[in-house]
Design a protein around this ligand. Structure first.
Ligand SMILES: Nc1ncnc2c1ncn2[C@@H]1O[C@H](COP(=O)(O)OP(=O)(O)OP(=O)(O)O)[C@@H](O)[C@H]1O
Ligand SMILES: [Mg+2]
Length: 242
């Protein structure tokens, strides 16, 4: 459903992502880990068609992101760590506006907006302007906006950044439900609990290179670490030595 094939992204002389290949199947949650600057956001932005790969490719639901970015976008939701919202639209207007951009018909759209407003606990501030929302409220609206067209692939860059425990849990529940519905979910995080709770598989990026991939259990076995945090540290320390 989500596939990277030897994707490389350079910023001038810096290679931020080097020959990345990975796959996320329908009904699978894949966590992308890596220290600051490892290339997680870069890889996810290439997948979301916001950056052009320098070499290699990626596809979503079989649609190549470079050859057909509009088609690829139809099949994916992208949540960025710092997402701008239109400050002068209300939360409900914003979600509705993005649904229209995706060409949804009005009857289906209004039902979908109501569902998302309930799902993410937005009802209490649905008619407030986005410019006046708190960080966590904005994050929930960003998520609803990204998901309005109900795509089969979800790409979430640090989805719980800045959220309180309750809001974080709303997102965990949501991810679990989407997995059960057969969606392919790729997310980046620095939170090991999140990985333990949610991820079927984990990929570790170090210096733009995928240094390890597997279940949390497999990564712990491979490094002889007692928990995922230790396994992660061992794997990225190894990457720095290359
Ligand atoms: N637009 C850009 N121009 C030049 N270099 C960039 C640009 N965006 C990112 N980089 C560099 O590319 C590398 C990878 O950055 P990226 O944002 O993908 O890392 P990350 O894994 O998401 O890190 P974090 O955990 O801090 O979010 C970093 O060295 C960063 O400084
Ligand atoms: Mg990032």
């Amino acid at each position: 459903m989500i596939r990277f094939s030897s994707l490389t992204k350079r910023y001038g002389p810096l290679t931020a992502v080097r020959e990345l290949s990975l796959e996320v199947r329908p009904g699978e949650v894949y966590a992308l880990l890596g220290p600051n600057g490892a290339g997680k956001t870069t890889a996810l932005r290439c997948l979301a068609t916001l950056l052009h790969p320098s070499a290699g490719t990626a596809s979503v639901a079989g649609v190549d992101v470079t050859a057909d970015p509009v088609g690829a976008r139809r099949n994916l939701a992208f949540l960025a760590a710092s997402m701008g919202l239109y400050e002068r639209l209300s939360a409900r207007e914003l979600i509705t506006y993005f649904g229209r951009l995706h060409g949804m018909d009005e009857a289906r759209l209004s039902g979908r907006v109501d569902d998302l407003v309930d799902l993410f606990g937005i009802r209490g501030f649905a008619d407030r302007l986005c410019g006046r929302l708190s960080t966590g409220q904005r994050q929930r609206v960003s998520l609803a906006r990204a998901l309005v067209h109900d795509p089969p692939a979800l790409i979430l860059d640090e989805p719980t950044l800045g959220l309180d425990i309750l809001s974080g849990r709303t997102i965990y529940d949501f991810i679990a439900r989407e997995r059960a519905a057969g969606k392919a979910i790729l997310f980046s995080t620095h939170q090991m609990e999140e990985v333990d709770l949610l991820a079927d598989r984990v990929g570790v990026l170090g210096g733009g290179v995928l240094v390890a991939e597997g279940t949390a259990e497999q990564l712990m076995q491979r490094t002889g670490a007692p928990n995922l945090a230790r396994a992660f540290l061992a794997l990225v320390a190894g990457a720095a030595d290359r």
